[in-house]
Design a protein around this ligand. Structure first.
Ligand SMILES: *Cc1c(COP(=O)(O)O)cnc(C)c1O
Length: 223
């Protein structure tokens, strides 16, 4: 047996404590269990203790797991990684939400491919000015929102960021704060920010979705 159940409970408790410190109701933060590269059985373990929100980075892995686990019909799959145009169809089909929308063409393709209700999306911002990372520049945000808003099957609900890697969680705070300000300025309510090493700081800064992988499932195989 693995520690997925106990790890999940421990993370949930830390989420609740961070909410308490920040004077926020615990249900104001959704916890995504980031299961990328982990087995379907690990997901079943989390499901068995009541967890329903899972984050996957790779579109084909998401597609395959959604198929493999289709009897767990109320799982909510969140696509959280960079997405190529030719794989947008998998996300359009299987995802409950997409957290890494970073360009118009991708929004257009998702909208074309989506059946049923519009896909809730988070625009990913590149706040650290890192050329190796995806995400739109803050100066482009309003223009991108204007271009996406007419698309019928994509609905931008919030913003997402992945701060530059740093040993200290406090280093992420300024990025989380900037993301929150940008969301406020643009009338967006959701903030997908915070992972294993900095989710408590993210909650203090207003995160509504934290994406926790290794803190729940352990080190990723091959990572
Ligand atoms: C892998 C990943 C996470 C989870 O990272 P951990 O450090 O394992 O918690 C969160 N967000 C994104 C975008 C990721 O790719």
């Amino acid at each position: 047996m693995s520690d997925v159940g106990p790890n999940l409970r421990a993370v949930q408790q830390r989420v609740a404590l961070a909410c308490q410190r920040a004077n926020r109701p615990p249900e104001s933060v959704r916890l995504l269990a980031v299961s990328k590269l982990h087995s379907a059985d690990s997901i079943r373990e989390a499901y068995a203790v009541g967890h329903r929100d899972f984050g996957e980075n790779y579109a084909q892995e998401l597609r395959d797991k959604a198929t493999q686990l289709r009897e767990l019909a109320d799982i909510r799959w969140h696509a959280i990684g960079p997405l190529q145009l030719n794989k947008a169809k998998y996300v359009a089909k299987s995802a409950y939400a997409f957290h890494a929308l970073d360009r118009i063409e991708l929004a257009e393709e998702l909208s074309r491919r989506r059946l049923g209700p519009p896909l809730p999306c988070y625009l990913e911002l590149n706040l650290g000015g890192e050329s190796t990372k995806s995400g739109i520049e803050p100066s482009q945000l309003t223009a991108v929102l204007d271009q996406i808003s007419p698309l019928p099957k994509v609905k931008v609900v919030g913003l997402m960021c992945l701060p530059p890697l740093a040993p200290d969680a406090e280093a992420s705070r300024q990025f989380f704060r900037t993301l929150r300000e940008l969301a406020l300025q643009n009338g967006l309510n959701e903030l997908s920010m915070g992972s294993t090493h900095d989710f408590e700081v993210a909650i203090e800064e207003g995160s509504t979705v934290v994406r926790v992988g290794s803190g729940i499932f352990g080190e990723r195989p091959g990572a």
